[in-house]
Each structure stands twice: as C-alpha cells, then as structure tokens.
Design a binder for this molecule. Structure first.
Ligand code: GLU
Ligand code: ZN
Length: 298
C-alpha cells in the first residue's frame, strides 16, 4: 500500500478562510478585541487565512480615523491579517450587482413605510410587497423565501428558524442610500470565500437572513460560530454605545491577557506574538459551547 504524501503541519490550509469585520464607529475596546481574538485563534488553529474587513457602510455613524486606529491596534496586539484589508465603502458595484440579481428574480420590492408604520410589527407586515418597481424615497426590501433555516452553530448548537414567519422581509438598501449590513456582509463573505464566520452572539439573529441570501445568490452558506458576548460589571454588553473605553496600544500585553482571561485562558505577560502563540496551543481545549456571556469575574 502506498503511504500518503507527507504534509507538514505548518502548511496553510487552503480550506479555512475567516474574518474580523469591524464597523469603524470607534477604536478597538476590550469587547472588540475579544471578537478579533476569537476569530483569529479559530482561524489559526486550523491553519487558516484570517482577513480583516472594514464595514464602513454608514458614514454618519463612523468616527473619522477609527478604521486606521483599529488596524493599528490589531497590529500592536500581534493580530496580523492575511491579504489586503477590504473596505465596504469601495464595494458599491458588487452590492448593486447583487440587488440587480435579486430584482431580476423578482424578489425585491420598494418600501416606503415609516418607522411609525412599523412600530407595532415585530416582523415586516408586507404592506409594500406590491411595489415591484424602483420608486424614489423608498427602502429596498427582500421578500424572503418561505424556508425553515436549520443549521448547527459551532458554538451555540442547533438553530431552527422559520425565516418568513419569524424574521420576515428585510431591508437591503436604506431609503437614504446606504447598503444594509445584511446585504453587504453576505456579498462580501461570499466574494471573499469565507468558510467560517466567527462573531458575537448579538449577530445570531441575522444569520438566517444571511444563509438564505447566500443560497439565493447561488452559493452555499459558510459555517457559523457565535461566541458569547462580553459584558461589563454593569451586566451590559461592552460596546462603544455603552462607553467601553478605548484600548491603549501601549498596554497591548495586558489587554491581550485580559481578553484571553475572559476566554478562560490565564497566561503570563510576554510580547503579543508570543502570548498569541501560547494561546493558540491552548485554544483547542477552550470551550465556548452554549455560553451566552463572558464576564470579567467568572
Ligand atoms: N460589522 C459588524 C459589527 O461590527 C460585524 C459583522 C459580522 O461579523 O458579521 O458589528
Ligand atoms: Zn413598506
């Protein structure tokens, strides 16, 4: 019998492609460092490629200089990305092409409902479904297929959602112009060949839309893994909205240790790259299964 060819362990896998996709609404804080770290460690333990994509779709919510500050912070923390950083602000053509494809399949409609019109509806009630042609001053909505989205989240386990009944028709382009997150994230995850989406559990509810959109655009959805959200002492998610402080890049070692501690890894102070190597060796033993929160005092 012939032995299979020798494959060195360090050979990058051609299979796994992951990403960290921050919106540049402010500098990196502990919560977003954990997000970067989990996606990085998951990719690198599988010899995968790890990409960074700046999701700058909504200029009014962005902070000037935040994208550069995030990239500088990632470098300072030893989180070096593969391939060129992608900016969603430069991807309009691809988003328009995807909308054209959906329009050609008669799956879009133009919705002029106000916030007030929809205030009492958890799921879009279908008012504007008859408006199948572009009209000014309207959002573009996707009439979602009538499917049950069933998949196994790598961290949160079995998920089962009736897309039309529980989530409903979703906005893909806002009335005031910006492309919506659900459209842009799906088009780019597809285009960049992402195999594993690893992100916070606050985005779990978006996943069925994205999975369905993948298939509608002619591709198989990637694997998903939603990790527990980091909550501060007040029990609230660490986020810019909740005034999580910006990380000081000069304290990269301590920041990384703190982030790793939240993930259950207590490691000693070393330069970031060494700390990350040590973390990688321990990562396969860390379980984020079915955990909803990560707290500093666990
Ligand atoms: N840009 C999104 C955010 O910062 C994350 C997108 C994603 O990971 O799918 O919340
Ligand atoms: Zn409407």
């Amino acid at each position: 019998m012939r032995t299979p060819p020798f494959m060195p362990l360090s050979m990058p896998s051609t299979a796994y492609r992951g990403r960290f996709a921050p919106s540049p609404t402010g500098p990196l804080h502990l919560g977003s460092l954990v997000a970067a770290l989990v996606s990085y460690l998951d990719a690198k333990t599988q010899n995968g490629v790890w990409l960074v994509r700046i999701e700058d779709l909504d200029p009014p919510r962005e902070q000037p200089g935040a994208a550069d500050a995030i990239l500088r912070s990632l470098e300072a923390h030893g989180l070096h990305w593969d391939e060129t950083v992608r900016y969603q602000s430069q991807r309009s053509e691809a988003y328009i092409a995807a909308l054209d494809q959906l329009a050609a399949a008669d799956q879009l409609f133009w919705c002029h409902c106000s916030r007030k019109d929809l205030a009492d509806s958890a799921v879009y009630p279908g008012h504007c479904r008859a408006h199948r042609q572009p009209r000014p001053d309207a959002a573009i909505r996707w009439q979602v297929p009538n499917t049950i989205e069933r998949y196994a989240d790598r961290y949160q386990g079995e998920q089962l959602i009736d897309l039309a009944a529980e989530l409903g028709d979703v906005v893909l382009r806002r009335r005031d112009g910006p492309f919506a997150y659900q459209l842009a994230v799906t088009v780019d995850d597809l285009d960049q060949g992402i195999t594993d989406v690893v992100r916070g559990i606050d985005l779990l509810d978006s996943t069925p839309w994205q999975r369905a959109l993948f298939r509608t655009l002619g591709a198989n959805p990637p694997n998903y893994a939603h990790f527990p959200v980091v909550v501060g002492d007040n029990g609230q998610k660490l986020s810019k909205q909740n005034h999580a402080p910006a990380l000081d890049d000069a304290n990269a070692d301590q920041n990384l240790q703190q982030a790793l501690q939240l993930l259950g890894l207590t490691l000693d102070g070393e330069p970031p790259e060494t700390l990350l190597q040590t973390a990688l060796a321990h990562w396969p033993n860390i379980s984020l299964q079915r955990r909803k929160t990560l707290t500093p005092d666990q």
